[in-house]
Every structure is written in structure tokens, then in C-alpha cells.
Design a binder for this molecule. Sequence first.
Ligand code: GLU
Length: 427
Amino acid sequence: MTTVRFAPSPTGFLHLGSARTALVNWLFARKQGGKMLLRVEDTDKIRSKEEYLEEILEDLKWLGLDWDGELTYQSKRFAVYRQKAEQLLAGGKAYREGDAIIYKVENGRTIEIDDMIHGSIAFSTDEIKDQVMLKSDGSPAYNFCCVVDDAELGITHIIRGDDHISNTPKQVLFYEALGCNPPVFGHMPLMMGADGAKLSKRHGGVSVEEYRKEGFMPEAVVNYLMLLGWSPGDDREILSLSEAVKLFDIKDMSDVQSRFDIQKFTWINAEYIKATDTEQLARLIRSYCSENGMDISSMKEDEFLELVDLYKVRIKTLAEFYPLTESFFTDDFRVDEKGRKKYLDKEGNRENLKVFADRIEEMDDFGHEKIEQVCRDIAEERSLKAAQIIHPTRMAISGQTRGAGLFEMMEVLGKEKVLERMRKAAE
Ligand code: GLU
């Protein structure tokens, strides 16, 4: 049975690049009806932290990437690695150096792998020095324990980043030494920053966690990651995990590096936000706001739904919702000073506001179409452009120069609040 593994080191948060590795392994396994195992590479007891592991598992679940069976912890298998190393020592394939056990690499050979993404890659053993299996502190070296575990877990395909290519011939030597067949390898070109350098903090967030906190949707994160070096074969850029499983073929993955493109990532997120059912989105926004200290409790549920409906086409992340809609929740909203000067410091505009407010006072039906009609009538009667009424009004009720359609905003805000703010601004 096709069996792959995702093998994070719990020494930090789940990096976007690692999330992509997990995703591609997952797609590969699910496509073939195989298994994806999870192995915790926690041999570095000082840098490995339980919190990181918990966070990584949380992030995987959040992304919708499940795994099969129990976790394997390398930290619990030191005795196995020692036994395997001593077996090679006894077989004359290794030697001791102090407390360390070192594998003797035979020169003059060529190790060839048939990589699923890169095709054939050849390495000369002349370039490979003798390989540590057990370090003098008793902990295993990565290349060795990786092979011991992959062999024991029956891993059939290893899919990981290009940064591991140089490890692969060393691992192939260990498979041979242990008398096992190596699995099939597939090395994915790395995702670089927009400038071609290694993806780092200065390119924006690098961990899944950071994007989650910025209000990205998990579906958008996996959608973006799957399109790095792969496409479903048409121009489609929005596709779910379950659609991708059907279409995915690792052979179609590009063998050149991709660049992280925050604009595209954000665009995809906005597409998911727009496509989310309003009630569901409202729940997500509510929990986002409450986790981030944005107080939206003052609004009734049905009004909140209207507001979400109004703004779902305008936000690219969940984080953008509250700053755009603050004036619906508090009278103490931020005011764009430049906009205020431009639209409210004009005598004529304040007069227009006053006239509009007087007419609103008389309205019974405060639906957006009716409000718009009143606004247009005033413009007509007074030979104004509607903009001369609309801009100051928007400024007065929201403190901003942009937002959803003004009349819809007024309807959601309600007649009383609208009047209060218009009157105040007109003075
Ligand atoms: N722990 C390694 C990493 O995070 C895994 C390497 C591998 O997949 O073999 O890069």
C-alpha cells in the first residue's frame, strides 16, 4: 500500500513550506488510497518543544490534512537506532570514534535515484564522507534514524523539499547497508520569497499560524499552497482539497522553484471569503473579532448578518472586517482626518448634509432604495452632483472616505444613529 509520511521537527511553528510538504504528501496518499503517517523528528531534545508539536498538529487539522495511525516519536526510539547501528558495526560496515558510531562510505560508486519530480539524479560516493549514525551523546544522526524509521514504517514514497536532495544518496547507502529497498523519492523545488531569496520573515509571515492570525481561511491556504509548482491543467485557480485529490499527479509538478506571491495568496483568500455563506462567515468573523479584542457585541444578530453581507465582497482577510466597519459598533470610531477636511470643512457640503438630514427626519421607510431616492431628489432640486451629498454623508456617519454603498450602510446603521452623526457633522 502506498505509504508516505510527514516528518516535522517540532523546533518551531509550521512553516508554509512544511505545510506545503504535508499537503503534497497528503494529496499523493489520498489520491492513491494510501496512508499518510506522521513522524515527530524530535531527536534534538533541547530545541524540540511540546508546544511546537501541539501547534503543528493544530495547524494540520485546521488545514484539513488528516493522517493515519499513531504518531511515531524519534525521541522514544533511541534504543532501536543504537541496536541498528551496532548491527552495522558488528557486520564490519561501521567503526567507532569515541562513543560515536560511524558508517564507512565506499568510494568510487555512483548512486542514482529516479526522482518523481526531477527524473534521474546521480551522485558520486567520492563526494560523500563517512556518515555518523550515532553521535557521541547517543543521539542518532538525521540521515540514519530517518532511514531506520522509514524502512520500519514501510514508507513507499518520500516526498520532501529540495533542501534534502543532498541527504538522499546518504540515505540510499543506509538502506543498502540495512538490507532494505529504498523507497521512491520526490523532491519538491522550494518556495522562495518574491525576490528569490529563502522565504523569511521579511517577505511577510512564514508560518501557517501567522496567516491564521491575520484572518486567512484554511481553504485558501491549502489552495494557494497546492498551486505552487502544480496546476490542475486548466486556468482554474480556485479548487478545494477534494477536487485537487482527483486531479493531482505528482508527475505534473514543476521542477523549478516557485515564488511566494502574497498578492495572489490574498486574492485567493478574498475569493473564499466571498464564496462563504453569510451565516457561516458571520460566525468566523465573530470568533475572529472576539479572539482579537474587537468588540462587536453591540450589534444584533440580524443586523450583523446584513453588515457581513455588505462587506464580504470588500474584505480580503477576516482581519480587515472590523477596521472597515468600526463605525457600526461604536460612536468612538477613527476618523480619516484628510477626508474630514476635504469633505466636511466645506461650507456648502455641511449645508447639503443638513438638508439631507432634514429630509431623512421625515422618512418612515428607511430602506436603502428610499434613502437613495431622497438623496437624488435633493441633488436634482439644488442642481448638485449626488457626490456632493454622498461624500460628506459617508464621512459623517463612518469617518471614512470608502466603504460599502452609502445607502446600504445607512440602512444598516439605522435612522437614529445616522441622523445623530449627520447633525453633529453639519454643525
Ligand atoms: N524533519 C525533516 C524536516 O523537517 C524531515 C525531512 C524528511 O522528510 O526526510 O525537514
